[in-house]
Design a protein around this ligand. Structure first.
Ligand code: PGA
Length: 231
């Protein structure tokens, strides 16, 4: 079963989410599990029979003096079951490994499954950086918690430049080994410029699914991928 996660980022408007909800609700999804992560303000418009609801971030704090943040409890009220954590676009805004670890703990303590993004910044950079990202992300979490990782090399996000299957497989091996070392068994997705033309190539990798950005906004192409993975 492939896990397909749509990260809509800060895109779309009410009309887009309403039409996406009705199109995706008619989709028969058998071999794939869909998780849709709209912006917070559209969570209420996006409750589908065919998909799980996710969000793009979660506060590391339980409540109180965190202006602009959304707590795990509030997300649960909206039916959120997954949260992307530590996306490279948030890391670029200054989110460090320690904060990512606290968010992972907050999510899992509240039965929200974190989808933790890890990956090297430059194509030339060693993949060993991922080890530290994985180890730190797991450092505060309960060993029985369900955690998903997404291997997203930053240089591949939104650029159209993608790694080889061999490159993806070696990164996924690092993530899985580090999880095992720390007592976890986690699914690992691949994300970064996946589209309706190249996804079938990535299906031959060891990834347990995809984290899709730009292509999620093109509903027909997104549906093509969802239908394609169940083959
Ligand atoms: P992309 O984004 O598919 O547009 O490269 C992926 C992501 O940022 O998660």
């Amino acid at each position: 079963m492939q896990l397909i996660v749509a990260n809509y980022k800060m895109n779309g408007d009410k009309q887009f989410y309403l039409s996406a909800a009705s199109k995706l609700n008619n989709l028969r999804v058998k071999g794939a599990k869909l998780v849709l992560c709209p912006p917070f303000c559209y969570l209420a418009d996006f409750k589908l029979k065919t998909a799980k609801l996710g969000c793009q971030d979660i506060s590391a704090d339980a409540e109180g003096k965190s202006t602009g943040q959304i707590s795990a409890k509030m997300l649960k009220d909206f039916g959120v079951e997954y949260s992307i954590v530590g996306h490279s676009e948030r890391r670029a805004m200054g989110e460090g490994e320690g904060l990512v670890a606290r968010k992972v703990k907050m999510a899992t303590d509240n039965k929200i499954i974190p989808i933790v993004c890890v990956g090297e910044n430059e194509k030339s950079e060693k993949q060993s950086l991922i080890k530290t990202q994985v180890k730190t992300a797991l450092s505060l979490a309960n060993k029985s918690a369900e955690i998903v990782f997404a291997y997203e090399p930053v240089w591949a996000i939104g650029t159209g430049d993608t790694p080889t299957v061999k490159h993806i497989d070696s990164a996924i091996k690092i993530v899985k080994n580090e999880c095992a070392k720390n007592g976890f068994s986690c699914k690992v997705l691949y994300g970064g410029s996946v589209n309706e033309k190249n996804f079938s190539e990535f299906l031959s990798s060891s990834a347990d699914g995809f984290l899709l950005g730009g292509v999620s906004l093109k509903l027909d192409k997104f549906i093509e991928i969802v239908k394609g993975v169940k083959k």
